[in-house]
Write a protein that binds this ligand. Structure first.
Ligand SMILES: N[C@@H](CCC(=O)N[C@@H](CS)C(=O)NCC(=O)O)C(=O)O
Length: 235
């Protein structure tokens, strides 16, 4: 079992904030509490019990400190990890990096069949996210039904637990931040219940909600609705 560590979350840094020291030996996760990509790495850190080893540096994405782009991570996105004198980005790479380079329970399957399915699901994750976002403006049910049916079918592949590969893994970490947000927005705003007729997806969400590693990373549903409404009106 992963260690449970209750931590006080630091406040988000805005453009007035001083830059924390760079490359002083501290491992830092530059993040944003609202960002689903950064949330993947945050869940991984928590699940592996690395709360004391990896310091969170949350940024206010609306009013980002200039030093972030200039000195830390020129792509100016979160997440980014400062580790061993380097800055590394891209959430899925970071999830794998933490698993390979830090202690704590593994999130990578050993079974070759599971490994292969993990690769397939990880490469599908951007398509999943893109398809659901693009449905917001169209005929939602028609467009998202096949996407969530695909997840439901994928959840039937391994039956040794409620997660995508049976046991909790990096695949759940890749999907859960997005499932969380899509469930809220689709149900509250577009009146579409992603779990209706999909018992395995409902069970996945229920089990994920019990995980101590995930609980503190969940975003306020109101923030999701607001962020997605903005995104929709900007399209
Ligand atoms: N492919 C990247 C996507 C990261 C990403 O898009 N992060 C957003 C916040 S959720 C961001 O930093 N956006 C700021 C920007 O694009 O300027 C990953 O997986 O890490």
């Amino acid at each position: 079992m992963a260690r449970t560590v209750l931590e006080n979350l630091p406040p988000s840094l805005d453009s007035t904030a001083e830059q924390p020291p760079l490359f002083d030996g501290t491992t830092r996760l530059y993040t944003a509490y609202i960002c689903p990509y950064a949330q993947r790495v945050w869940i991984t850190r928590n699940f592996k019990g690395l709360q004391n080893e990896i310091k969170l540096v949350p940024l206010n994405l609306q009013d980002r400190p200039a030093w972030y782009k200039e000195k830390v991570y020129p792509p100016n996105k979160v997440p980014a990890l400062e580790h061993n004198g380097k800055i590394i980005g891209e959430s899925l790479d970071l999830v794998k990096y933490l698993d390979a380079n830090f202690e704590g329970p593994s999130i990578t399957p050993d079974d070759p069949a599971k490994k292969q399915f993990a690769d397939e699901l990880l490469s599908y994750s951007d398509t999943f996210v893109g398809s659901v976002f693009s449905s917001f403006k169209g005929d939602v049910a028609n467009e998202v039904d096949p996407v969530f049916d695909f997840l439901e079918n994928s959840l039937s592949r391994f039956n040794d637990g409620p997660f995508f590969l049976g046991q909790f893994s990096l695949v759940d970490i890749a999907y859960i931040p997005f499932i969380e947000r899509f469930q809220v927005f689709l149900s509250e705003v577009l009146k579409y219940d992603i779990t209706e007729g999909r018992p395995k997806l409902a069970a996945l969400i229920e089990e994920a909600n019990k995980l101590e590693a995930y609980k503190p990373t969940k975003v306020d549903p109101k923030q999701t609705v607001e962020a997605f409404r903005k995104r929709l009106s900007a399209q």
